[in-house]
Design a protein. Structure first.
Length: 472
């Protein structure tokens, strides 16, 4: 275990392993199955003390060596491990999972075996001491039913956790695909479809030497930022005409992403026996993850030359400034007294400087214009209608929805010659709310006063999510 351990190893850890092995050697003598020490949860930086496959059940064991009580943090810990396996490990989805917390010095423990209300074969954490560990395993095996788990099939199951945006960015930067780092369940499959649709638009635009803009919509947490980072990291070679840049007005997010990617680049170089200075790593990352305002300001320096990138991805595009806010800023901060463009119109004009082709990807959240002067997605469409009528426009079929506030403006671009609506440009499932996708849909249908559909959705969730509508 010491040789294969990927984490820091101290003497206390070695002592804990010795104690665990001794306990299990005595406890498991009458059972047949498979045992896995320090079971690593891929990409999440966590490990389970012991996983046992015995009969039809998966046992998740968390040892607290020397502890005489069952601390709440320890209960949460073993519960989280069990939830991770149930939700994100393919070959554990339909299996009984029993989380066991063993406080080795606890004098008393009451064994209680019960499943969660979701009826998904996940048991509540079982608290036991060393003397009761064998009894706990026996009680679980008496409670569950089914045939023995196929060890080889279980080991070969894919582990597909939902990483946070920092983990996702690092995985993409290191060559993983968006499909690999997203959930594997069918309800989230359109993440890959949306990436493919955008890539097809980029390739088609280059082949036909045309300029295109596409509007990607999605529920909160559906992966719009992930889509943008995926395209940017896919086309990261600045010597290629497919070179792309991810742009966001969220300054803290940009800084955090840059710092995380730079640190990871330094770490990986060290592991491979080479060295790269952090400053150099940051400078490389800065090329494809930028603050949209810095990109805008750079295009102001030379107002005729196009940017190096042919593809620009604008995250939270609905929060770009209207003409009043942009003009005021340019007058006060940039000494541009006669600047009369909204931010969307100016940003489109920057890419329009390319003599051959260009693509803009607008990642759009609904109802999220929260600061003074934010124009909403309507200003992008009005700018196209007003100043760039020859651009090809690819629109998510859901941009007509009321929360995006673009209904009236969409009518103005309907007469343009190159407007295409695509279902693939909408991300319908939140990656943040695993197992609760229909809940956000229910809330939206209620807000939209879509009573019939809300009733139908309520039928799908009410068993696991009791729902009450109240008035003030």
């Amino acid at each position: 275990m010491a040789i294969n351990n990927e984490f820091s190893l101290e003497q206390s850890q070695r002592d804990a392993w010795n104690e665990e092995i001794k306990i299990l050697h005595e406890t498991l003598v009458s059972f047949q199955g498979s045992i896995y020490f320090e079971y690593s949860i891929p990409r999440m930086g966590q490990r389970i003390d012991v996983v046992l496959l015995i009969g039809p059940a998966i046992f998740v064991l968390e040892f607290k060596i020397g502890e005489n009580e069952f601390a709440s943090y320890a209960i949460d810990q073993v519960w989280d491990y069990a939830l991770d396996l149930k939700n994100f490990h393919e070959s554990s989805h339909d299996k009984y999972i029993a989380p066991l917390l063993i406080a080795t010095k606890a004098k008393h423990a009451h064994l209680a075996i019960s499943v969660t209300p979701q009826n998904d074969k996940l048991l509540f954490p079982v608290k036991c001491n060393v003397g009761l560990l064998g009894k706990a395993i026996e009680d679980v095996l008496s409670f569950v039913e089914g045939g023995n788990i196929d060890r080889t099939q279980w080991e070969n199951g894919r582990y597909c956790p939902t990483p946070n945006i920092i983990e996702a960015a690092m995985a993409l930067y290191n060559g993983h695909s968006v499909d690999e780092i997203s959930r594997s369940d069918a309800s989230a499959i359109n993440l890959g479809q949306t990436s493919d649709a955008i890539s097809d638009i980029i390739r088609h635009s280059r082949e036909k030497s045309q300029k295109s803009i596409c509007f990607v919509t999605g529920v909160p947490g559906a992966g719009k930022t992930l889509i943008g980072l995926n395209i940017a990291t896919t086309h990261i070679d600045d010597s290629s005409d497919l070179y792309s840049v991810y742009l966001s007005g969220n300054g803290p997010l940009v800084e955090i992403l840059r710092e995380a990617l730079a640190r990871d680049k330094v770490r990986l170089a060290k592991e491979r026996g080479s060295r790269i200075k952090k400053g150099k790593a940051i400078s490389e990352v800065k090329t494809f993850i930028q603050n949209v305002h810095h990109f805008r300001d750079d295009c102001l320096i030379d107002e005729k030359s196009p940017p190096i990138e042919h593809v620009a991805l604008f995250d939270e595009a609905q929060r770009a400034w209207n003409v009043e806010q942009t003009s005021s800023f340019m007058r006060r901060k940039k000494n541009k007294p006669n600047f009369n463009y909204s931010e969307p119109e100016f940003l489109i004009s920057c890419l329009d400087r390319h003599p051959d082709w260009a693509v803009i990807v607008c990642l759009v959240g609904g109802g999220q214009e929260i600061n003074t002067g934010e124009a909403g997605i309507g200003e992008w469409l009005e700018s196209l209608n007003r100043s760039f009528p020859k651009w090809h426009i690819y629109i998510s079929s859901m941009l007509t929805d009321s929360e995006y506030g673009a209904g009236e403006v969409l009518k103005t671009v309907a007469s343009l010659p190159n407007v295409v609506y695509k279902d693939e440009l909408h991300l319908a499932v939140s990656m943040r709310s695993f197992r609760a996708e229909h809940v956000s849909l229910l809330v939206k249908q209620i807000l939209d006063l879509n009573i019939d559909k809300a009733h139908a959705t309520l039928e799908k969730v009410k068993a696991n999510y009791p729902t009450v509508i109240t008035r003030d």
